[in-house]
Design a protein around this ligand. Sequence first.
Ligand code: PMV
Length: 352
Amino acid sequence: MQRKSLEDFRSKLTPSLDYWEAYHSAPSNIALVKYWGKFEPQLPANASISFTLSKALTSTKVVFTRSEKQLISVALAGVPTPSFIPKIELFLKQIAPYCGYLSAYSLSIETTNSFPHSSGIASSASGMAALAMAICDLEAELSSNPLDRQKASFLARLGSGSAARSIEGPIVSWGKHRELKDSSDLYGTLFNKVAPVFSTYCDTILLVHKGVKSVSSSVGHGLMNNHPFAEQRFAQANHNLGRLLRVLESGDLEAFIEIVELEALSLHAMMLSSTPNFILMQPGTLSIIQKVREYRMQTKTPVCFTLDAGANVHLLYPESVADSVSQFIEAELKTFCEEGQYLTDQCGQGAV
Ligand code: PMV
């Protein structure tokens, strides 16, 4: 496939429809090699790669109505949520150069998350991906072409960087990397040389802290500017991604575990060493990490952890060991979760 440039995403379509309804759902994703640090306009400082999930979803209905003045309304789980409007207006402004027809429409957005609200799971990736799919649905209708999923990833990225990786699945990279010839800083690319074990990999999200994060990811990305270890970190991530590509192809679980845990800890090491510094892990996060390492050593079960920008722990393991890992969670890890809560998910196919 030809690598696309910015110009390829501009649309000159005329808004010929008066009314259109679009329904889409998009999953969350969990990065194996982390994106942390960016440049304008929402371009990653290093390449990243993630598992697309299947159960942690945002489902969104958008009603587009032609109108002279663009009005936006948003309801979350049936409740009008005007506090989301500024973020959506900003997103629409960012994508305006690529979707000129949109300014002719008012948008009424109804959205729901499959995961509990304020569970500590970020809904920005799945939310932006679902909204971008809905906009591309209108564009497909206006142009009489099939929905352009690559453009959906391109638009989603402008709303939230990691959202670029929530359109396809089960494994998607984002960011130019010399070992991935179709990779781009502008949109996510499906990685299609996946060993069978990884296409059904499981992710149990242990909800250590369900509240809102103390530092947003946009502030965190910003702290990578002038970070003393920034250049080393970006080089490390690109190196780890190169190694991981070979591991994803070969199915080498030992190497997978080593790289994924290193990435999680490196992400948090950046937070611990920025100015100002911050700690998103909680005591329960560290207790779980220790338990996982002990369990793995004692039982040789190939289970490992990764972390997002928060306290929750994602446990990653092959489907073949799901029963024993589930017993381990119930017996030893659940106690560190807020209200004993965790969510069991698995790799999936992306937005529908
Ligand atoms: O997409 P953002 O701006 O919310 O940043 C996501 C950053 C991490 O989740 C920590 C890492 C990643 O690659 O998803």
